[in-house]
Structure formats: C-alpha cells, structure tokens
Write a protein that binds this ligand. Structure first.
Ligand code: BTN
Length: 247
C-alpha cells in the first residue's frame, strides 16, 4: 500500500494527483480519499462524493504518444469491472464510454485527464474513479435513487474500500502497460462488457439524434446507425434506452 496516499478529505483526488504528477511522482502512485468536497465528472459536471464511496486517482505514465491512447478510458473501465468482480463477486457492465453499471443503474464513473508534451508524448495521465460502495439506497435522494446504485445495495455486503482501491490501482497499472500491445484483446473484452451495444441510443450534442449502437471500434469510438447511415461517435454523451430514466 506504499503507493497509495490516503486522505480524509480533499477537493478532488484528480486535482491532488495532478499536482503530485507535475512534481514528479512515479507511474502507479495513487490518491484515495474518504470524501471529496469538489469532485469532478466528465464534461465539467460535479461529482457528489460523500463518505462511504471510493474516490481514487492513479498517476499513469504511458510511454506512447497520446494519439495512440484514445482507447485508454475503455481499457480502464474493463479493468475496473475486473477489480470489482475480484473483490465483490459481482461484475458490472459498462455504459459507453466510462460508466460502470449494475442492474441498469450507475455504480461508478471514470475521468481521465492527460498532460501532453509539445511533441505529442504523454507526460502523465491522471485517471480517477468514483464508485458508490457502502451507501444504502436510502442515502440517495429519490431522484438519484432511480439512476444510481451502490455495491452495498447490490451485494448486501460492506466493501473494504482500501482493498478495492489497491486492486484497481494494480489493474490500472497493468492495463496501461499492456494497452498498446494487447489493444484488440482489451477492446474485445470492452465490447463484451458494453451494455450500450445493440440498444437504441440518443446521441446528445448540438444536434441530438436517435440511432442504434452497433459497435465500439478499437479506438473506443461508438459506431452507430442512423437513417441508414453509419456514424462514429468519438466523444460526448449518449443516453441508452432502458438505462437511467431514458424510455
Ligand atoms: C463521471 O461520471 O463523469 C466521472 C466521475 C469521476 C469521479 C472521480 S472521483 C475520483 C476522481 N476525482 C474527481 O474529482 N473525479 C474523479
């Protein structure tokens, strides 16, 4: 556990880890907090982070150009499913691109932030995950209860958050080290876990549209069919029919 820095409370473990990475902390260093006061999600959203959850950020230093790492977040998502299965005995699915799902509700989200040098190489990646662990369903407000779940609600057991965090850290380091050499293998596993595939989706953005999700390519893009045309969705958000409130 010497690679994990444990904090009681922090604004955001990603921000703390970014400071440590900029100061030179090595590949595999992690920050775990009992709570965050300004947790961040994708697309500038805030991420509610009360006690009882897992808030972990890992510093990774992949030795490849950023352009070759478009699939990093999906690879980390599958590895997170592996860690949850190993420690808790349940395997989440993945909602494209970065959400872990159990029983059609959100269990966890991943936020990857890269620092890229002028020549396109990666100085560091800070990869954060927030997971609802030991909060009962009653801890969520009624509107959030419809959309989110916790390991406790799904398994009936408390999770050892520090143990799960260490498994996540180890699996993320290994995933990063093999991301390029085993790219298709990692992405085949992602496609198997991805609950978005085969579903009706709404692709959000300036001009939202309805589509069918057909595939995820090896760079992590979602391949959809809409009005007889194929499109690649590289970033942004999709709602999946049947998942958290989209009917
Ligand atoms: C999302 O669902 O949009 C991603 C959520 C990522 C939350 C984690 S919690 C640990 C780390 N620190 C943060 O501020 N964010 C990530």
């Amino acid at each position: 556990m010497e690679n994990v820095i444990l904090l009681d409370s922090v604004t955001s473990t990603n921000d703390h880890a970014k400071n440590l990475a900029a100061a030179g902390k090595p590949h595999g260093t992690a920050v775990l907090a009992r709570q965050q006061t300004a947790g961040r999600g994708r697309m500038g959203r805030s991420f509610l982070s009360p006690e009882g959850g897992l808030y972990l950020s890992v510093i990774l230093r992949p030795q490849v150009p950023a352009a070759e790492l478009l699939h990093l977040t999906p690879v980390l998502a599958v590895s997170a499913c592996d860690a949850v299965e190993e420690v808790c005995g349940v395997r989440p699915g993945v909602k494209w691109i970065n959400d872990l799902v159990l029983e059609k509700k959100k269990l966890a989200g991943i936020l990857t932030e890269l620092s890229i040098r002028a020549d396109g190489s990666v100085d560091y990646a800070v990869c954060g995950i927030g997971m609802n662990c030991n909060a009962p369903d009653s801890a969520f407000s009624p509107d959030v209860r419809e959309l989110a779940t916790s390991l406790l609600a799904q398994t009936g057991r408390e999770t050892d958050v520090v143990c799960l965090a260490e498994k996540l850290r180890q699996r993320w380091v290994q995933a990063c080290d093999t991301a390029i050499i085993s790219k298709t293998e990692h992405m085949d596993r992602y496609r198997r876990d991805c609950v978005t595939l085969g579903r009706q989706v709404r692709v959000l953005g300036k001009e939202p549209y309805e589509a069918t999700a057909l595939d995820v390519d090896d760079d992590g893009a979602l391949v959809v069919e809409t009005g007889g045309q194929m499109r690649r969705v590289q970033s942004g958000e999709v709602s999946v029919r049947g998942l958290w409130g989209y009917v």
